[in-house]
Design a binder for this molecule. Structure first.
Ligand code: HEM
Ligand SMILES: *[C@@H]1O[C@H](CO)[C@@H](O)[C@H](O)[C@H]1NC(C)=O
Ligand SMILES: *[C@@H]1O[C@H](CO)[C@@H](O)[C@H](O)[C@H]1NC(C)=O
Length: 336
């Protein structure tokens, strides 16, 4: 259903630009893998309720936590697949992904995952994987922020390894070119629609100054700001993101509605007010990408539908299933 709606809209909004490949099938029901939404129905019937309760508690305490949990799911799936490798701490032969360039001083929400896991271990010990918890937490975070709801196919196992180099190399950087970012998505089996729709995550949450400073002062090594950035917005940003210092100062990715999961991010891109270079290139480097941004800016429902189906697709990247992997007792450590 989601797939056919998506293709219908693609057909009418993108007729002029869409190669047929834009319309290819997502993993609507976890098809192509053995994941399915009812996986814990018998073994832990209250699992989904418990995850939602814990996420709601954390988001009520701090709205940004929804963004942080959503991002964790992305940074997990792009490294060895959606296997909770990002949650492992260093030690016992593990070099943690938490120290990678994309994650260091940036990835957060690990304590919330610990709380969810603790609540689940109490209810049904050694049953619900950390990898599934992360995908459910991402879904609940999106929904609680005003975004779409979708059923999450379940049954992932947790890895017994992490990959620091995978984290450094596979996760796109904010200063990567459009082509590099698209290539990194394609390597995970994701396409342009997934890239643009999932970038819409930046409708919530924050970025540090260090992630976009280059755009404000020296975009192309010519001591000039990025010409694709609105100059008044750039001047505002320079106030709290100086040439040097203030690296950790925080900025909303979508300053219009930073806590609401909606399409205002895409409207900002069309106004040259994307915060990250990787946001703005979605409108400046590819006609097909620009048409998607316009379609989402005009039609919130279309964005929310595509977002949900792309999240299901992302959550289906190389899951460990059956006898592969394990169900960790503590999300930070492999079982001994
Ligand atoms: C397309 C390539 C992407 C790039 C280059 C990128 C890069 C970034 C960067 C640099 C930040 C700010 C980090 C910081 O300064 O601490 C950020 C934040 C964020 N990203 Fe992305 N991102 C991308 C795609 C995605 C995707 C696919 C998702 C989720 C499905 C996502 C979700 C988020 C969220 C929710 C935040 C805010 C996190 C918070 O406030 O804690 N991003 N991203
Ligand atoms: C991107 O940013 C990283 C980290 O700040 C830096 O090491 C790298 O040189 C930058 N790459 C480009 C192409 O500007
Ligand atoms: C701007 O970037 C270029 C190339 O990365 C570098 O050589 C130059 O020193 C930088 N200029 C300033 C003022 O930071």
């Amino acid at each position: 259903m989601a797939v056919s709606i998506r293709c219908f809209f693609m057909a009418i909004t993108l007729l002029a630009f869409a190669p047929l490949s834009l319309c290819h099938k997502g993993y609507g029901g976890g098809g192509g893998s053995s994941l399915y939404p009812q996986y814990y129905e018998k073994s832990c019937p209250r699992a989904l309720e418990i995850v939602r309760f814990e996420v709601a508690k954390a988001v009520a305490k701090e709205a940004r936590m929804a963004a942080s949990l959503l991002r964790l799911a992305f940074h997990d799936c792009f490294v060895q697949g959606c296997d909770a490798s990002i949650l492992l701490d260093s030690g016992n032969g593990i070099t943690s992904e938490k120290n990678s360039n994309p994650n260091r001083k940036s990835a957060r929400g690990f304590n919330v995952i610990d709380d969810i896991k603790a609540a689940l271990e109490k209810e049904c010990p050694h049953t619900v994987s950390c990898a599934d918890i992360m995908q459910l937490a991402a879904r609940d975070s999106t929904h609680l922020s005003g975004g779409p709801f979708w059923e999450v196919p379940l049954g992932r196992k947790d890895s017994r390894s992490a990959s620091l180099s995978g984290s450094n190399n596979n996760i796109p950087a904010p200063n990567n070119t459009f082509q590099t970012i698209l290539t990194k998505f394609k390597r995970q089996g994701l396409d342009l629609v997934d890239l643009v729709a999932l970038s819409g995550s930046h409708t919530i949450g924050n970025s540090r100054c260090t992630s976009f400073r280059q755009r404000l002062y020296n975009q192309s090594g010519n001591s000039k700001p990025d010409s694709t950035l609105d100059q008044y917005y750039a001047a505002q940003l320079r106030n709290r993101c100086p040439r040097s210092g203030g690296d950790q100062n925080l900025f909303f990715l979508d300053f219009v509605s930073p806590k609401k999961f909606d399409n205002s991010y895409f409207k900002l891109l069309l106004a040259n007010k994307g915060l990250l270079n990787s946001d703005q290139v979605l409108t400046t480097k590819s006609e097909a990408s620009l048409q998607l941004v316009k379609a989402y800016a005009e039609n919130n429902e279309l964005f929310l539908q595509h977002f949900a189906s792309s999240m299901i697709k992302m959550a289906n990247i190389s899951p460990l299933t059956g006898s592969k992997g394990e169900i960790r007792k503590n999300c930070r450590k492999i079982n001994s």
